[in-house]
Design a protein around this ligand. Structure first.
Ligand SMILES: [Zn+2]
Length: 358
C-alpha cells in the first residue's frame, strides 16, 4: 500500500502522514448524510455496497436467495449502514433480510450488525468472545478515532491553506465526516448483535437455492476469520485475511494451526476450481484469484522445503541464507514482504521451522 496505511483494524483508518498545523478548524466538513455511499452489482445475485469515495470503506455484500437475503459483514457506523440498507432495498426491491454472516467481528465489520435486527447473525464460535473484546475496547477505539480525526482536520486545514489539489481537501473532508459519524454512533452507544448461529469446523450452509460454504481460516488476521465460498456464483469472500500484492505471513498466535489452514486453503481451491472473483473486506483492497493461488503455492512449497531441510539437518541460518523467495518463488517475487521491519518471508520460515519441530 502506498499512501494509505492500514492501522490495524480501527475502522479502516488510513492515517496519512499529515502535517499537523496550528490552524483553527475552519474547513467545512460533510454532514453524515453527505458521505457518499456506493453500490456495484457483482452478479445478478450479488450486490456490493460501501461508504466513501476516497476513505476506505467496509465492503458489505448482499446475496439473493429463494429464502431471503444474506448479508456479509456490515460496518462500524450503524448510521451509515442504515443508509446502505435503504440503498440495497431500493436496488433489489426487497427487504427480506434472513441471515447476516460476519467474516470476522472486528469493529469495522460487525458494529453495525444492529441495522439488520431481523437477520440471524452467523459466525465462527470464537467470534462471540472476540466481539466481546471489541465491545470492551470501545473507549480505546474512541480515543484512536478522535486522534485520527484531528489528524485529518489538520490535513484539511493544510490542504486548504496550501491551495493544494482540490481532491486532497475533498479526501480529507470525507475522512473527517467518516470519523465524525463513527464517533457519534459509538458515543451514543451501539447495540452489539453477537452471532447466534455459530459453528466450529467447515460448514455447508444452505439458504433456499444458494449454498454457502463456510471455512474457518484463522491464521493471518484475527481470531475468528472465516472464508465464505459461494460456488454457484464462483465467488469467495475473504474479509481482511488477504490484501493484494502482499506476501502472506503466519501470525505467531495461530502458527499451530498452520497445517489445518493449508488443508482448508486446498479444500477451497478444490471445491471451486473455476473460482472467478474474490471480494475482500474493504473497498480499496483488491485481491485476485491468481494471488489466492500464488499465495497458497508459495506457502506450500516453502513448507515442503523447510521439511526437507529439517530432514537433511540443514540449520535454520543456512536455510535462510540459501532461501531467496524472489528467485525460488517467482509467482510472488513482486509482493511486498517487508513491513515495519518485519521480513514476512524470514518470519514464515522461522514459524515453519518451529512447527516442523525444533
Ligand atoms: Zn479486520
Amino acid at each position: 500500500m502506498t499512501k494509505r496505511v492500514r492501522s490495524g483494524r480501527i475502522l479502516c483508518i488510513a492515517v496519512i502522514a499529515v502535517p499537523l498545523l496550528a490552524f483553527p478548524p475552519v474547513a467545512p466538513t460533510l454532514g453524515q448524510d453527505e458521505i457518499p455511499i456506493n453500490s456495484r452489482r457483482l452478479s445478478e445475485r450479488a450486490l456490493l455496497t460501501w461508504a466513501c469515495d476516497h476513505f476506505q470503506g467496509t465492503n458489505m455484500i448482499v446475496l439473493t436467495t429463494s429464502e431471503g437475503l444474506v448479508v456479509i459483514d456490515t460496518g462500524l457506523s450503524p448510521t451509515t449502514v442504515r443508509r446502505q440498507r435503504a440503498m440495497i432495498e431500493q436496488e433489489l426491491g426487497r427487504n427480506d433480510f434472513r441471515y447476516l454472516i460476519n467474516t470476522h467481528v472486528h469493529n469495522d465489520h460487525a458494529f453495525a450488525n444492529e441495522v439488520f435486527p431481523e437477520a440471524t447473525v452467523v459466525g465462527h464460535e470464537l467470534s462471540i468472545a472476540e466481539m466481546r473484546r471489541e465491545v470492551d475496547l470501545i473507549p480505546e477505539l474512541l480515543e484512536r478515532l478522535r486522534s485520527s480525526q484531528a489528524s485529518y482536520l489538520g490535513w484539511a486545514e493544510w490542504a486548504a491553506g496550501e491551495g493544494s489539489a482540490p481532491e486532497e481537501e475533498e479526501q480529507a473532508r470525507e475522512g473527517i465526516a467518516a470519523f465524525a459519524v463513527g464517533i457519534g454512533d459509538l458515543e451514543r452507544g451501539i447495540e452489539p448483535r453477537y452471532p447466534t448461529l455459530t459453528f466450529s469446523g467447515h460448514e455447508s450452509f444452505q439458504v433456499g437455492d444458494l449454498q454457502f460454504l463456510l471455512y474457518p481460516f484463522m491464521g493471518f488476521h484475527s481470531d475468528s476469520d472465516i472464508l465464505i465460498l459461494v460456488p454457484e456464483e464462483r465467488m469467495l469472500f475473504t474479509g481482511d485475511v488477504f490484501a493484494s500484492g502482499q506476501l502472506p505471513w503466519i501470525r505467531l498466535n495461530s502458527a499451530g494451526s498452520f497445517l489445518t489452514l493449508m488443508d482448508t486453503w486446498k479444500a477451497i481451491l478444490d471445491a471451486c476450481p473455476d473460482l472467478e472473483m474474490i471480494v475482500t473486506g474493504h473497498s480499496d483492497i483488491p485481491f485476485t484469484v491468481g494471488e489466492f493461488r500464488a499465495s497458497y503455492g508459495y506457502l506450500s512449497q516453502l513448507w515442503e522445503a523447510v521439511c526437507e531441510a529439517k530432514e537433511a539437518d540443514t540449520g535454520l541460518e543456512r536455510f535462510l541464507i540459501g532461501s531467496s523467495f524472489k528467485e525460488q518463488y517467482p509467482e510472488v517475487a513482486e509482493y511486498r514482504y517487508i513491513y515495519n521491519d518485519l521480513n514476512f518471508h524470514q518470519h514464515n520460515v522461522t514459524m515453519m521451522w518451529l512447527l516442523a519441530g525444533g
